[in-house]
Design a protein around this ligand. Structure first.
Ligand code: DAH
Length: 363
């Protein structure tokens, strides 16, 4: 046994040092320390020795085993380092090179583009972005928005119910995010909440899934004039024209009092839709002052706090701004459509560089 130990100690370190790949090194580990390895075999032989011999040989063998283990580990580290260096050397990226031309073949969907445009404007106005779940409970989608179970307003929104329960629904509006925000944040509150919404509807201007953006501002002195100026300012930036007229028609939403629907001045001459004052009107969004019942449900005293809310369809804004006639085409996943109406990935909307496409250049 002694002879074998001497032999291993003499030859193995060099063999380990010569291993030039991790696979190679692992083979050596198996051949020595593995189940049928040479050192393991010696360990097994210890049993055949006399107690005195076993003690000495055992100690020597353990020392050898530790030495070999350390050598294997060190070599492994060396090889890993070497492999990493080679990888780093071969995979360098020159970040000063221009972007490859084929990134131009992908397109950003108009809904993503318009969401980005809207958020850019609202962020500049000081709004935070809030989110809520697509699968919403009855409380946040209806009850807390002043729409109790028996309320006829529930029929205004053809609801998808989850798993035959009445408690979980696919949210019919992003208005529930108002509640979630007021539950968790103290005023002043200034948020917009974009997201998917769902209703059982399907025609040229309705799809079962669509997108809304909700706005909520709560403070001690927020009033209708603030609502109006916020929306007017937003429309000018969004439609990229100063010739914006907004008309507020009295309306009804259970969660606002008073409630309005806002229309924007527009013309439809020679089949071309244009945002401008002095011609016709086009319905845009719902809005109003947050109902005292809604504030109370969220633990806010309506004698101290007040504010406004608004909600509108993102897809609808995309249709108006970019002249897309049929909402259903948004979700057809048709390559020809996205090539025509989509946006270049690197044209990120900013207030200073322009929000959207100019003269087809960016499309
Ligand atoms: N949630 C309404 C809808 O889906 C839109 C809306 C109207 C939102 C008035 C509001 C609001 O925040 O104040 O039809």
């Amino acid at each position: 046994m002694e002879q074998k130990i001497i032999e291993i100690r003499k030859t193995l370190p060099e063999i380990i040092q010569q291993a030039d790949t991790l696979i190679n090194l692992d083979e050596i580990r198996i051949k020595t320390l593995g189940k049928n390895g040479s050192i393991t075999a010696l360990m097994k032989e210890l049993g055949k020795l006399s107690p005195e011999e076993r003690k000495n040989a055992g100690q020597t063998l353990n020392v050898l085993k530790n030495e070999i283990s350390t050598l294997l580990d060190n070599r492994k580290n060396e090889l890993e380092q070497k492999e990493m260096n080679e990888r780093l050397a071969s995979q360098t990226v020159d970040i000063t090179l221009p972007v490859r031309p084929n990134t131009h073949s992908g397109r950003i969907h108009p809904v993503s583009q318009v969401t980005e445009e809207m958020l850019t404007i609202f962020a500049q106005m000081g709004f935070d972005v809030a989110e809520g779940p697509d699968i919403e409970d009855d409380f946040h989608n209806f009850e807390a928005l002043n729409i109790p179970a028996s309320h006829p307003a529930r029929q205004m929104q053809a609801t998808f119910f989850m798993d035959n329960t009445t408690d979980k629904v696919l949210r019919t509006q992003t208005s529930g995010v108002q509640i979630r925000t007021m539950e968790t944040k103290k005023p002043p509150i200034k948020i917009v909440a974009p997201g998917r919404t769902y209703r059982r509807d399907y025609d040229m201007t309705h799809t079962p899934m669509f997108h809304q953006i909700e706005g909520l501002v709560i403070d001690t002195e927020t009033n209708l004039a603030h609502l109006k100026s916020t929306l007017v300012e937003f429309m000018k930036l969004f439609f990229e024209t100063d010739d914006v007229a907004l008309r507020f028609r009295p309306s009804y939403f259970p969660f606002t009092e008073p409630s309005y629907e806002a229309d924007v001045g527009c013309s439809r001459e020679n089949g071309e839709f244009k945002i401008k004052s002095g011609a016709g009107w086009c319905e845009l969004l719902g809005c109003g002052m947050v109902h005292p019942n809604v504030l109370r449900t969220c633990g806010l005293d309506p004698n101290i706090y007040q504010g406004f809310a608004f909600g509108c369809g993102i897809d609808r804004f995309a249709m108006l701004k970019y002249g897309i006639p049929d909402l259903r085409s948004f979700f057809d996943a048709d390559m020809r459509w996205i090539k025509h109406y989509g946006f270049l990935p690197l044209d990120i909307p900013t207030i200073t560089n322009g929000l959207s496409c100019n003269g087809g250049l960016k499309r």
